[in-house]
Design a protein around this ligand. Sequence first.
Ligand code: PBG
Ligand code: ZN
Length: 329
Amino acid sequence: MMFPEVRMRRLRQSSRMRDLTTETRLHADEFVLPLFFDENIDKVKTTESMPGVKTYPLSGYKEIASGLQKNGINSVLVFGIPKHKDAQGSGAYAEDGVVQKAIRGLKENSDLLVIADLCLCEYTDHGHCGLLDGCGYVDNDTTLELYGKTAVSQAEAGADIIAPSGMMDGQIAAIRIALDDAGFEKVPIMAYSAKFYSAYYGPFRDVACSAPGKGDRAGYQMPCGNRKEAIREIDMDVAEGADMIMVKPAGPYLDIIRDAANTFDLPLVAYQVSGEYSMIKAAAQNGWINEQRVMMESLLAIKRAGADIIITYFAEEAAKVLREKNGRN
Ligand code: PBG
Ligand code: ZN
């Protein structure tokens, strides 16, 4: 018998052959673009540590509504930067809060699917995701009450999905009960279930002005090395009524994404976070990597690991690449 009998390269010899045998494909329908709205500005603003990411004034929903869907992006995750911060994060659940206004604007001017990030850290003057007790500890159970109120105010504003990101214990059950009591039993919860205590959130905190003043988030976000604990966290969110589950960050946690995909049947979301985005942008700006190829490879890896939905700051750029590829003949 002649060697080699099996030639793996037979299926790699042309782009047609490679397209036919591709195992993992990306589609713009599965992308979610994070959007930032800031009450303190009246013109679009950019932040140095997140090149290409815009912070919009409240009036920005007009520009967004016309631009995004034309580019094939149908889902957004909304964050707000309020004028006023206080110890209770009261801007998070104010009827006329920045996120509530942004949601209303987007819903009235587009048919985007609007996902509301639910947390207090952009709204508290101390920058933590929940209420502090007298000793600087983030108190779980009093925070849950405010998460419930926030969820209801976001649903009242028209949010299609509520996405709690604060990593308090019992937050999914508390939010589910609050939503149901207010008549929002049809509003799904996208649970940030396995959210790690990650250094990759740095650039986001520059944009969202949400870095904690004192202390850090290690007391509520997950330790980076814990794989079994991620499954327990997700399991609990499912038991509490989550409709979708999430692993965050994405690229450095592909093993967790794969574990979750193997273990749970719910739609699995992965959040490619700010640091993942900015590292690619920075290397590309230096000419050290091919930005487009690394961007697509990073997203493909997340999908291949098992994610069904990808939250990414690259959503528009990646959708454009996919469109151009499909237009090619
Ligand atoms: C708020 C929140 C954070 C992110 C999403 N929601 C920041 C944090 O936990 O400090 C991070 C997103 C990113 O880095 O892109 N809790
Ligand atoms: Zn938070």
